[in-house]
Design a binder for this molecule. Structure first.
Ligand code: ATP
Ligand code: MG
Length: 307
């Protein structure tokens, strides 16, 4: 069954003065966890804030849970949870008060005390927001985004600057949200975070989505992969190459150490091992180097720094 997208954006344009932050962006997010990746200044926060109804598109359409986030904000707000990149929390209140307050605004909130414990905020309850450490403020902002048990949660760099324990606690929380049927749209600069969590990844560059797919799909497409094996020195690489698909390459890098590159799939692995069998070679230390999301990201968005 095709499910309705939780976010559907077509041709979104958003300018700040003469700066075009979002430049005709199309993005459809299905239920589940969608990670939005992109260099600094690519337009991720602007896009997310437009979905949250905080920014009005200059042109294009944005639908979140089927609703217009600006014109139908009263209907949409209770159904979404929001964690802003810049905090955006009033600062004088105590952490536990803030959380209990937000929970009371919703019909079926999560258990506040359990959430406080999960996110390691127990010791922070009586502290005012302003006196929490950066990471503690962030965890509280995350707790506030999810405590109302929304249908869809927007998390803008939820784990930036968190210690490893808090990152893992955040990941567990996001996974639990998915298990409970909550959809999550998150931005991150941590490629491992996207690989760990996301069902779907959208890569944004210069205000447009330039690639989208599951982490596996993105890593499989495009770039070549590498298979390495070691065996006796001086094998006939030319003969091996003849057995391989035409777009492959094979080389003996150092005596007895071989590299095959091309579309490395199960068929290619089978071809290499059967060639070895035919030539009485026992390949040792066979390894396949898969492209990581970081490789793909850098390939698509370039390596130069962005402002
Ligand atoms: N309020 C604003 N006024 C003027 N320009 C803005 C404003 N907010 C963002 N911009 C500009 O719009 C562009 C996109 O910014 P945005 O915050 O959406 O990027 P981002 O992808 O979230 O980046 P980061 O990874 O650094 O968070 C940037 O060039 C930024 O300088
Ligand atoms: Mg941002």
């Amino acid at each position: 069954m095709e499910s309705e997208p939780v976010v559907h954006i077509t041709s979104l344009v958003k300018r700040y003065g003469d700066k075009t932050a979002v430049d005709g962006l199309d993005l459809t997010a299905a239920p589940g966890i969608t990670a939005v990746l992109g260099p600094n200044g690519a337009g991720k926060t602007t896009t997310i804030e437009t979905c949250e109804g905080y920014r009005r598109p200059d042109s294009g359409t944005v639908r979140v849970l089927g609703l217009d986030p600006v014109k139908q904000s009263a209907k949409l707000r209770p159904r979404i949870g929001v964690m802003l990149q810049s905090g955006g929390v009033y600062s004088g209140a105590r952490a536990d008060e803030m959380l209990h307050h937000v929970a009371k605004l919703h019909a079926h909130p999560l258990d506040v005390d359990a959430l406080i414990e999960r996110l390691g905020l127990d010791s922070c309850g009586r502290t005012t927001y302003r006196r929490l450490s950066g990471g503690q403020q962030q965890r509280l902002a995350l707790a506030m985004a999810v405590v109302g048990r929304p249908e869809l949660v927007f998390l803008d760099e939820p784990t930036a600057g968190l210690d490893p324990q808090a990152r893992h606690a955040t990941w567990d929380l996001v996974r639990d949200l998915r298990r409970d049927g909550v959809s999550v749209i998150l931005t991150t600069h941590y490629m491992d975070e996207a690989e760990q969590l996301a069902d779907d990844v959208a890569i944004v560059d210069a205000g447009q989505v330039i690639a989208q797919g599951s982490p596996e799909q993105l890593c499989r497409g495009g770039a070549e992969n590498t298979l390495r094996f070691s065996g006796r020195p001086g094998l006939d690489v030319g003969s091996l190459l003849k057995a391989l698909p035409t777009d492959s390459a094979a080389a003996e890098l150092t005596p007895g150490s071989y590299r095959v590159s091309g579309q490395v799939d199960p068929q290619l692995l089978a071809t290499v091992t059967s060639w070895c069998a035919q030539h009485g070679v026992m390949p040792e230390k066979i390894s396949v180097e898969r492209h990581t999301l970081e490789d793909v990201f850098l390939e698509l968005t370039g390596k130069e720094l962005r402002g």
